[in-house]
Design a binder for this molecule. Structure first.
Ligand code: ZN
Length: 145
């Protein structure tokens, strides 16, 4: 079945990010001007306005900063997924990323600072969405087609 939810637009400065995601690698940007990592991908550093940004490979691991169970009031495109868990993850690279949490057994056993790792959800030929699962979960998404 075709994926019908909103998709990110691939921009010249995000092409490398999405190509890596297809390979199962999570990238974050590093600003050479102020020596910080940033996320989400941008053309200009939000901290120092520098333009010397390059991609570095992230470990794909981090800690759950925050999370919430969505049971009601989901946007129309996501109603069929209810209940699902949205989350904010602090990556090892010291950037925070908003995503979905998958592959957990019991929502009520989830805890802040739990260790999580990226798992890519292939939704189109170009886009694999980074989502997160508890470290140790063997959850994977099906391949396309
Ligand atoms: Zn900077």
């Amino acid at each position: 079945m075709a994926y019908t939810k909103p998709l990110p637009k691939i921009r010249p400065y995000t092409k490398e990010f999405w190509e890596a995601a297809k390979r199962g690698e999570l990238l974050v940007q590093h600003c050479d001007d102020c020596d910080r990592n940033i996320f989400y991908p941008r053309e200009v550093c939000p901290k120092c306005k520098g333009k010397n940004l390059k991609y570095i490979k992230a470990t794909g691991r981090g800690k759950l900063f925050s999370f919430s169970l969505v049971e009601k009031g989901a946007p129309p495109d996501f109603k069929e997924d209810v209940p699902y868990v949205i989350c904010m993850v602090d990556l090892d690279e010291k950037v925070r990323l908003g995503s979905m949490l998958v592959g957990y057994d019991d929502y009520w056993a989830l805890k802040p600072n739990m260790e999580v790792e990226v798992v890519f959800h292939p939704v189109t030929e170009e886009i694999s969405l980074p989502k997160f699962k508890p470290v140790g979960s063997d959850f994977t998404f099906p391949e396309l087609g």
